[in-house]
Design a protein around this ligand. Structure first.
Ligand code: DSN
Length: 420
């Protein structure tokens, strides 16, 4: 690396990552192989179009690469069609909506404060500008309320029902949603599509530890860098050939220009890693660690959501009398990274929030054990409840260091590919 300034920033970030406990539920550490593919010479190639029908010459090898990524994605998620070109989850959602909707159409999605995503109808996103959104709230117990979703569906008569969330910690019954939509469609002339944004749980789906939304939804989007542990990017999946053709047109040329073939190479590596038994074991450990941390906080008296997946929500306001921003700042000051998050029924603004979102996908990649997840739960409790936090800060910093010293360094993250 000749650029000294950038080299210095990379080294600083590597130090931060190596010496911190990363609990942001949407992050993860890709393997060295994924990073090598991402940093490869495929970055130099323009390949607008799709394999076999490009706008540029010299695409024989990227065609082979992109076809391999597509085949691996299809196999991993047991689905007929995959588009691996979206640059991000937001762009995947942009193209997916447009492939089944016309601007002005109606979309029913989860309340954003209950765990929805910006692209699921936030006024600051293209989604709300382009489509009419109505939202279903969670039930009083903080779980999806399927009869309420059904009621809203019949009242609002949307063109699309959207599921899949950014901060929802319980299992999602995609099968039940499909049944609700099928029943609705049998009595309505204008069909309602079913879309799932599985970005958060894609790794859990790949490991077959929850229902596969591809079995039930008309169209499924995902990022590749969360529980899936790949490069930053997006994908779109479907079993419907007509939708697949529309998706291809809506990704390129409607939403994007040239595909990032180096990222597609890294996606292909991650899809192969994710099909292994060791990845399924990893996901089991993520689920176990998340639950163990949640349960330790609960055992000590904090108010937590419980969890069926890789994340849970901690109500810091009612547990400790501090808001999410203060809790996030305290933890950040000792090297534990989380994010403040709205909780169901939150009275505080998104800039403050009453909660913290905590996930164990990245820490587990580095080798976090169940015992350490319990220890981290205790540490979070102590930090958030400490009346003399500033005086005790050094003690917490050294506790974090004791834990991270036992883990793999970021540059040591590599996974076996079992069929080689
Ligand atoms: N999906 C967001 C998150 O969960 O952090 C990022 O877009």
């Amino acid at each position: 690396m000749k650029d000294k300034k950038i080299k210095e920033l990379i080294e600083k970030e590597l130090f931060r990552q190596n010496n911190g406990i990363e609990l942001i539920a949407s992050e993860n550490y890709p393997s060295i192989s994924v990073r090598e593919a991402q940093g490869s010479i495929f970055t130099a190639k323009y390949a607008e179009g799709y394999p076999g029908r490009r706008y540029y010459g010299g695409c024989e090898i990227v065609d082979e690469l992109e076809n391999l990524a597509i085949d691996r994605a299809k196999k991993l998620f047991n689905v007929r069609f995959a588009n691996v070109q979206p640059h991000s989850g937001s762009q995947a959602n942009f193209a997916a909506y447009r492939s089944i909707l016309t601007p002005g159409d109606k979309v029913l999605s989860l309340e954003l404060n209950d765990g929805g995503h910006l692209t699921h109808g936030s006024p600051v996103s293209f989604s709300k500008d382009t489509y009419q959104f109505e939202h279903y709230p969670l039930g009083e117990d903080g779980h999806l309320d399927y009869p309420l979703i059904k009621k809203k569906l019949y009242e609002f008569e949307p063109n699309l029902l959207l599921a899949g969330y950014s901060a929802y910690q319980y299992e999602i019954d995609f099968r039940q949603m499909r049944e609700i939509i099928d029943e609705y469609n049998s009595s309505h002339q204008i069909k309602c599509y079913f879309m799932v944004d599985m970005a958060h749980i894609a790794g859990i789906v790949a490991a077959k530890k929850c229902q596969n939304p591809c079995d039930y939804a008309d169209i499924v989007t995902s990022t590749t860098h969360k529980t899936l542990r790949g490069p930053r990017g997006g994908i779109i999946l479907t079993n419907d050939e007509t939708i697949a053709k529309r998706v291809d047109k809506c990704v390129f040329p409607y939403a994007q220009g040239g595909p990032l073939e180096h990222i597609i190479a890294a996606k292909a590596v991650c899809f192969k890693e994710d099909a292994t038994k060791s990845f399924a074991k990893y996901i089991e450990c993520v689920l176990e660690n998340t639950k163990a941390c949640n349960d330790e906080l609960k055992r000590r008296g904090a108010i937590v959501s419980g969890s069926d997946n890789h994340l849970f929500l901690l109500n810091v306001l009612d547990s400790f009398g501090i808001n999410g921003k203060e809790a996030q700042n305290r933890l950040e000051a000792i090297g534990v990274t989380t994010n403040k998050n709205m909780i169901h029924g939150d009275k505080l603004k998104p800039a403050l929030t009453s909660g913290l979102r905590i996930g164990f996908a990245p820490a587990t990649t580095r080798g976090c054990t169940k015992e350490q997840a319990i220890e981290i739960g205790g540490l979070i409790y102590d930090v958030c409840s400490d009346q003399n936090f500033d005086q005790n800060k050094e003690k917490y910093i050294s506790h974090v260091s004791d834990i991270t010293k036992l883990w793999k360094k970021i540059d040591e993250v590599e996974f076996p590919l079992e069929d080689e």
